[in-house]
Write a protein that binds this ligand. Structure first.
Ligand code: NAG
Ligand code: NAG
Ligand code: NAG
Ligand code: NAG
Ligand code: NAG
Ligand code: NAG
Length: 400
């Protein structure tokens, strides 16, 4: 086939795949929802994922004890409910019926038993697959061409969440490879959160809303300041596309993994919360120190992330390395982050015009990290910040 013919076939296949991804639903075109219709992800998902800390070194003992720790540390009661396996949980070879098989040496009891255990703790279980021939580790099969069978398998095990990676994809567009799994999950008989991980390759914010509940906007995060800040910036430009049912995903949290300072991790967690990112903890929660626990357990910061309005906060002012990030919350509240990304102390100021507040507005300013309130603030809010540090506030306009 010549190039034009190939392009034509891709277009036809794309159109079919997309209508497949949308059609089996009782909705009028007038009322066409942009978001995948499994009803999940009305607020960003919260939980834990094995990859950032453990990579391929996972097993059912680790997952069970992590679920135990999720409850005993109090994280579960703060809303962290997904326990998500990443790569390397399955055998490389499917069984004689073509089913994916849990890795016998590390998950001998199987995923169904693991889901039963995790559900027994009041939590949910996620698994991982790939929209290609193999996963990124090349140690387990991908689901490309096996979408219906694999979705049924996951549903039969009681799986609640699928992270779907992008390796070994034969150069086929993600717009062709992700909708079939979306459709298969919708028809699997079980509500399964669909976390698309195509690394932001084809600007998924612009097309993935009817396909997944979240979509990665960038490549993988690394546990350092440069990676974290550059991912925050790359994710920011898609802010207007996020909303209940479909979220931009700047990748999982590194808080607690050791590569950043406490102030850098505080900024990482604050910005992810404000940006309505999935809050998927990526450290070893069984061994986390008090500082890590304090950061990820801040219920006031979590409440910004989980606010029902579901509008992604964004960078509203940037003056070299002095930044103001902000976004609206329900009940006319405003979430604000003052952030000094430079290498030494500075005073960072957000004026009401930066925040879209009327100049005469008087607010109570709740400092979410200091847990203190300044009443009757007007005009602007500012703070002296050490290098890389941030302050996070919720501003509540006084009525009348
Ligand atoms: C959607 O697909 C499922 C499974 O194939 C089927 O049971 C259901 O009736 C379909 N719904 C609609 C509205 O076509
Ligand atoms: C399970 O994985 C953890 C984390 O990698 C490891 O420390 C532990 O030794 C493993 N346990 C078994 C039974 O393999
Ligand atoms: C992936 O699988 C497809 C279909 O089975 C096959 O045509 C293709 O050659 C495979 N690609 C690689 C890189 O193995
Ligand atoms: C960590 O927190 C626990 C419980 O709140 C406390 O008992 C312990 O002293 C703290 N450890 C440190 C090093 O602060
Ligand atoms: C930098 O700011 C921090 C936090 O406000 C403060 O504790 C520290 O004394 C300041 N350092 C200098 C050199 O001004
Ligand atoms: C943009 C900005 O104001 N950044 C400041 C961060 O802190 C250092 C030290 O005070 C200043 O030099 C920067 O200008």
């Amino acid at each position: 086939m010549d190039k034009v013919m190939v392009m034509f076939c891709m277009l036809i296949a794309y159109t079919c795949a997309c209508s497949l991804g949308r059609n089996n639903k009782t909705m009028s075109t007038a009322d066409m929802s942009y978001f995948t219709e499994n009803g999940l992800g009305q607020t960003p998902p919260m939980g834990w994922n094995s990859w950032n800390h453990f990579g391929c070194d996972i097993n059912e003992t680790l997952i069970r004890s992590t679920a135990d720790a999720m409850v005993s540390t109090g994280l579960a009661s703060l809303g962290y409910k997904y326990i998500n396996l990443d790569d390397c949980w399955a055998e490389l070879n499917r069984d004689s019926q073509g089913n994916m098989v849990p890795k016998a040496s590390t998950f001998p009891s199987g995923i169904k038993a693991l889901a039963y255990y995790v559900h027994g703790k009041g939590l949910k279980l996620g698994v991982y697959s790939d929209a290609g021939n193999l996963t990124c580790s090349k140690r387990m099969p991908g689901s490309l061409g096996h979408e219906v069978q694999d979705a049924k398998t996951f549903a039969s095990w009681g799986v609640d969440y699928l992270k779907y990676d992008n390796c070994e994809n034969n150069g086929i567009s993600p717009r062709l490879r992700y909708p079939p799994m979306s459709e298969a999950l919708l028809n699997s008989g079980r509500p399964i959160f669909f976390s698309m991980c195509e690394w932001g390759r084809e600007d998924p914010a612009t097309w993935a809303k009817s396909v997944g509940n979240s979509w990665r906007t960038t490549g993988d995060i690394k546990d350092n300041w440069k990676s974290m800040t550059s991912i925050a910036d790359a994710n920011d430009k898609w802010a207007s596309y996020a909303g209940p049912g479909g979220w931009n995903d700047p990748d999982m949290l590194e808080v607690g993994n050791g590569g950043m300072t406490t102030e850098e991790y505080r900024a990482h967690f604050s910005i992810w919360a404000l940006a309505k990112a999935p809050l998927l903890v990526g450290c070893d929660i069984q061994a986390m120190d008090n500082t890590t626990s304090e950061l990820i357990s801040n219920s006031e910061v979590i409440a910004v992330n989980q606010d029902t309005l579901g509008v992604q906060g964004k960078k509203v002012k940037s003056n070299s390395d002095l930044e103001v990030w902000a976004g609206p919350l329900s009940n006319n509240k405003v979430a604000v982050i003052l952030w000094n990304r430079s290498s030494s102390n500075a005073t960072v100021t957000a004026s009401w015009s930066d925040l879209g507040l009327e100049s005469g507005t008087i607010v109570d300013a709740r400092d979410l990290w200091d847990h203190s309130t300044q009443s009757s603030v007007s005009g602007d809010i500012s703070a002296e910040l050490a290098s890389h540090a941030c302050k996070m506030y919720v501003l509540t306009p006084q009525s009348g």
